[in-house]
Design a protein around this ligand. Structure first.
Ligand code: ATP
Ligand code: MG
Length: 300
């Protein structure tokens, strides 16, 4: 009888495993030689409440990843009230509104920023963009789709709350970074967003960052509260990414329009933000089909 300890069986299992690994390696090698790139990984950055630090986190994440040699695109999806360009010291000639209006192609609307990252600005003072219709979103996603071939990583910075556009992103993405502050109001809004995100996308991977905490203790007790409520009402919880201290270096970086991870890399906030940028799921944030294709589908 062939048992679990049958040496032949073990040898052949071992060989099959090796053969599979070898095949995967050869496939990856062939794709590399042919210049076939995988489409971009996509990470969304959102919160419930306004002003929690989403744009600070998204711009620093994009800059820190770009500084390591990745091709990174930051999409400022706080459409109509965009400010990522201010945090990066850029003055884009075009934005999402121009793409939507068909004035320029999407690649023409991009600007290069710190560390070589690219930014698609969301446009300032464009009420039409702040509340795009389903048809407008579909046009926008269709326009953005080819960019997935150009980048390793796309970071999407969202506006506060749960706009139709944000919820569509949450339905399509594999990975979300939820940014909260330790205050109960921010925690409660972040929980509402988390709940909604899990409703529209049960397999979504969510990580939580507590920003602007005054101590580790404050950050930890915020996390414990969030965790307890999530477990109690949803039977699940996000992953803990970490916390970012309240730091005057962040305020100064906003003033000087340069991400704190580049302007003051040794400050406490920069070190914490760099740790956030190394969150392992960012390296796996891929969907089986292109993200913007999924987003278009989620609109239907
Ligand atoms: N860790 C921090 N330490 C000190 N100040 C901070 C920190 N994080 C954010 N801030 C301050 O909070 C302000 C708001 O941050 P940010 O613009 O990133 O919030 P947001 O969540 O993107 O806001 P909105 O909801 O309006 O998009 C920043 O301009 C900065 O002054
Ligand atoms: Mg913002």
């Amino acid at each position: 009888m062939m048992g679990a300890f049958d040496p032949m069986l073990n040898v052949s299992r071992f060989d099959i495993g090796r053969l599979k690994a070898l095949r995967r390696f050869m496939e990856a090698d062939r794709r590399m030689k042919e210049g076939v790139r995988e489409t971009a990984r996509v990470v969304c950055v959102a919160s419930g409440k306004g002003g929690t630090g989403k744009s600070i986190l998204a711009s620093n994440l994009a800059a820190a990843r770009a500084a390591t040699g990745e091709k990174v695109l930051l999409v400022d999806f706080d459409a109509g009230l965009a400010n990522a360009h201010l945090l990066l010291g850029l003055a884009p000639a075009h934005d999402m509104g121009d793409v939507l209006a068909g004035k320029v192609g999407v690649r023409q609307a991009l600007v290069e920023g710190p560390g070589g990252l690219h930014l698609l600005s969301g446009g300032v003072g464009r009420p039409a963009l702040a509340n795009p219709t389903r048809r407008e979103l579909d046009r926008l996603f269709k326009a953005l789709l080819p960019l997935e071939d150009d980048y390793d990583l796309i970071v999407v910075d969202h506006g506060a709350g749960m706009s139709y556009g944000t919820v569509t992103h949450l339905a399509a993405t594999s990975t979300l970074i939820l940014v909260t502050n330790p205050e109960i109001t921010a925690l409660s809004d972040a929980y509402a967003l988390y709940k909604r995100a899990k409703m529209v996308n049960s397999s979504l991977r969510v990580g939580l960052v507590v920003n602007r905490a005054h101590s580790e203790h404050e950050a930890e007790s915020a996390w414990e509260r969030f965790q307890a409520v999530s477990q109690r009402f949803l039977g699940t919880q996000p992953e803990w990414i970490g916390w970012v201290p309240y730091d005057d270096a962040v305020r100064s970086s906003v003033h000087h329009r340069r991400p704190v991870t580049l302007a003051a890399p040794d400050s406490a906030s920069a070190r914490a933000l760099k740790a956030v940028s190394r969150w392992a799921p960012i390296d796996m944030a891929r969907t089986s089909r292109p993200f913007y294709e999924r987003a278009r589908k989620a609109l239907r």
